[in-house]
Design a protein around this ligand. Structure first.
Ligand SMILES: C[S@@+](CC[C@H](N)C(=O)[O-])C[C@H]1O[C@@H](n2cnc3c(N)ncnc32)[C@H](O)[C@@H]1O
Length: 438
């Protein structure tokens, strides 16, 4: 295939890296920890990490009301979330107007406004309004002070942002409507208490989320990079598309998700629904389906954070997450007449293939490198064809996780026209993925 252009990648700019260097001084000023308690802090970080990554039955729900965990969250969890979020936001086209209203649900220490400050300098002079909502108000107050200190230290002035802190839970009404609604690392804190069917409960969650948005408003949902969250995000995406909304990222198409994880077994409900998602090439049948998630290198983090993590015995190589960026459509699409069932489509119709690959193919890189037979290397990707494996000679470096790239050639390898409108795809025998050569 060869010729391609890069449309998006996770990035931390020099300016953002310099802002992140100033963060510990701001946190220390807002939440001082005496020297004699610094060792204890490492244990608190470990304990909170254990608690947050444990099964929900053992989870300490009110961790932010515990002073030791409060400090641990501010010094370890918030900065890592910030690094992930800055990497995601830097090139993400938010396209906010200067007077936009942003609702940040489960804002915690205002991680999203802090990330926006670091990642998008163009908004530092815009009169944005932030409605930060959380069930724990104290952590938001700490976050607001940290943001003010950071802006003063880094930019020499406060941005003209109106920041309102609301003691509210998800689902409670807010009278403002958002140009951008964010929920970052929040849904996993309460969604898994659900007792029902994943697809239905995720659809309900999506629709409650959309109610916070103005017409044409956008929603950014970020969840930890673990399998359940990947399945939840895929299920919310299906609900968004069926409701006629536009997926802005990460998906390069609005067909069925080829990496739905646990949502794979929950898709059947869509059969018989007046609108369903068109099938794509799915991975070969297996007990556990791949789930869509991305990673950025831990090297994106400032040195002080990687050192603190090592001291706490929690050193990282990469940071994983799943995300969904959706635009709400004011006029919901009418259900189309016929529908295509969602299933393992091992034989996509050639006309569909021709249409989907005409003029090029946009792919989102999902995985790390894997070794392939014949001395080649590969990475899994998502494309409008479905589950895709991009392979290259070992001496070539494939783009990183999260990269969106567009192949320009109209007739990539394995997709040359054969007779009238006929195109054939080449598949990886083991995984079932569509094979594309880099
Ligand atoms: C893991 S923290 C994430 C904070 C911040 N968004 C970040 O990424 O660092 C989850 C936050 O969600 C809040 N939260 C959990 N369930 C909530 C709910 N039902 N309504 C509002 N906030 C909630 C918690 O109090 C906590 O501040």
């Amino acid at each position: 295939m060869g010729e391609h252009s890069l449309l998006y990648s996770f990035q931390i700019s020099e300016d953002a890296a310099s802002a992140l260097q100033k963060l510990p001084a701001c946190i220390d000023e807002v939440n001082p920890v005496p020297e004699r308690r610094r060792t204890e802090l490492r244990y608190n970080i470990r304990d909170l990490w254990r608690s947050l990554t444990m099964e929900r039955a053992h989870r300490t729900i009110d961790y932010l009301n515990n002073p030791a965990f409060f400090s641990a969250y501010l010094r370890y969890f918030m900065p890592w979330n910030l690094v992930r979020l800055v990497a995601l936001l830097t090139e993400l086209p938010l396209e906010l107007s200067a007077d936009a209203t942003i609702i940040d649900m489960g804002s915690g220490p205002l991680t999203f406004p802090l990330a926006l400050y670091c990642a998008k300098p163009e908004f530092r002079k815009a009169p944005l309004t932030f409605i930060c909502a959380d069930r724990t108000p104290r952590i938001m107050e700490a976050g607001r002070l940290i943001l003010e200190l950071l802006a003063a230290k880094h930019g020499g002035e406060l941005p003209p942002w109106k920041i309102e802190l609301r003691h509210a839970r998800f689902g409670e009404p807010l009278h403002e409507k958002a140009s951008l609604f964010c929920a970052v690392n929040v849904f996993n804190e309460f969604f898994w208490h659900h007792e029902g069917i994943l697809s239905e409960d995720a659809s309900e969650l999506y629709h409650r989320t959309a109610q916070y948005c103005a017409p044409q408003g956008k929603m950014l949902i970020v969840e930890p990079g673990e399998p359940r969250s990947g399945g939840l995000v895929s299920a919310m995406r299906a609900a968004a598309i069926i409701g006629g909304n536009e997926i802005l990222a990460p998906c390069p198409h609005a067909y069925a998700c080829p990496m739905p994880g646990i949502f794979k077994s929950g898709q059947e409900y869509l059969i018989g629904h007046p609108r369903t998602l068109e099938p794509v090439r799915m991975p070969a049948p297996r007990a556990k389906y791949p789930w869509c998630h991305f990673s950025v290198p831990a090297g994106f983090a400032p040195r002080w954070l990687t050192s603190l993590s090592e001291e706490a015995g929690l050193s990282k190589e990469k940071l994983s997450f799943s995300f969904l960026f959706v635009k709400k459509q004011s006029v919901q699409k009418k259900p189309s007449g016929g529908h295509l069932p969602i299933h393992d489509s091992s034989h996509m119709q050639s006309a569909t293939v021709a249409e989907r690959a005409a003029g090029g193919l946009t792919c989102r890189i999902i995985s790390d490198s894997i070794a392939l037979p014949g001395g080649r290397t590969g990475k899994y990707a998502c494309s409008s064809l479905g589950y895709t494996l991009i392979s290259a000679d070992q001496n070539k470096t494939l783009p990183e996780s999260g990269v969106l790239l567009r192949f320009r050639l109209t007739h990539p390898r394995g997709m040359e026209p054969r007779g009238s409108q006929q195109e054939a795809l080449e598949f990886d025998r083991k995984t079932g993925a569509v094979l594309i050569s880099y």
